[in-house]
Design a protein around this ligand. Structure first.
Ligand SMILES: Nc1ncnc2c1ncn2[C@@H]1O[C@H](COP(=O)(O)OP(=O)(O)OP(=O)(O)O)[C@@H](O)[C@H]1O
Ligand SMILES: [Mg+2]
Length: 235
């Protein structure tokens, strides 16, 4: 397994946010984490990127991540595209993308990754000199994903990439996410739009109150009565 969580627990002070979570991601997989507000989806991503301490097994490529800092985790190949995007709104698209590569010294590969980001999101090439704060929400999300890709991830963590985005751009972004995975980057994606997420994911976990309530292939969960009722709003 590329990523392995077993009996993973995390808390904010005394408030437990994740309890006994088991989750695995294999190389090349696109895994989505569904669940209501407050279920612990963002917390899960923060734990993997080491932005929040945790207890239990947290392994990447067979090695525990517990002694790694957030920066060291990026160096190991895990890049986090956080909730709310966290871009530098007053800087250009280009500068934001460059900042995603700040730990890298492999100039030729960085240049190739710029091309990859611009081919996934052609609008970003056109808008390279535009101040990010003046882009639409969907375009900003593209910058956020692009910036994470500029870190050369083996595993990309995406926190609700579709939130607050117009339908057409949303489809474009989900297509791009699938493509990133098909090009060899494993993805762990928290998402509230279960329909779109299950449409591109290989497997899914449903988090509720900090624990895994359901899991399975995206196809299985898409047909599951409970998932359909609660998360797809049908039946
Ligand atoms: N910085 C924080 N300090 C204290 N409690 C927090 C903090 N961040 C999250 N929590 C709590 O941890 C629990 C899980 O929150 P989390 O943000 O992981 O949920 P989520 O599934 O991402 O929700 P959403 O869909 O709204 O983004 C919630 O009860 C939340 O109130
Ligand atoms: Mg969240």
């Amino acid at each position: 397994m590329m990523l392995e969580l077993r009996k993973l627990t995390a808390a904010y002070g005394k408030a437990i946010a994740l309890e006994g979570v088991d989750l695995q991601i294999a190389q090349g997989e696109l895994v989505t984490v569904l669940g209501p507000n407050g279920a612990g989806k963002s917390t899960l991503l923060k734990v993997v990127s080491r932005a929040l301490p945790s207890q239990g097994t947290l392994e990447f490529e067979g090695q525990s991540l517990h002694r790694y800092s957030t920066e060291q985790v990026v160096g190991r190949g895990i890049c986090h595209c956080p909730e709310g995007r966290r871009l530098f709104a007053e800087l250009t698209v280009l500068k934001n993308l460059q900042l995603g590569a700040y730990l890298r010294r492999d100039k030729a590969a960085v240049a190739a990754d710029f091309e990859r980001v611009y081919s996934l999101f052609p609008i970003l090439a056109e808008r390279a000199q535009q101040i990010v704060g003046t882009l639409s929400g969907g375009q900003q999300q593209m910058v956020a994903i692009g910036r994470a890709l500029m870190g050369a991830p083996k595993l990309l963590l995406l926190d609700e990439p579709s939130v607050g985005i117009a339908h057409r751009l949303k489809l474009e972004i989900f297509d791009a996410i699938r493509k990133i995975c098909d090009d060899g980057v494993a993805i762990l994606m928290a998402e509230q739009d279960a329909q779109s997420a299950l449409g591109i994911a290989d497997r899914a976990y449903v988090l509720e109150h900090g624990h895994v309530a359901q899991q399975g292939s995206a196809a299985e969960l898409g047909k599951d009565d409970r998932v359909r009722r609660i998360y797809l709003g049908v039946g």
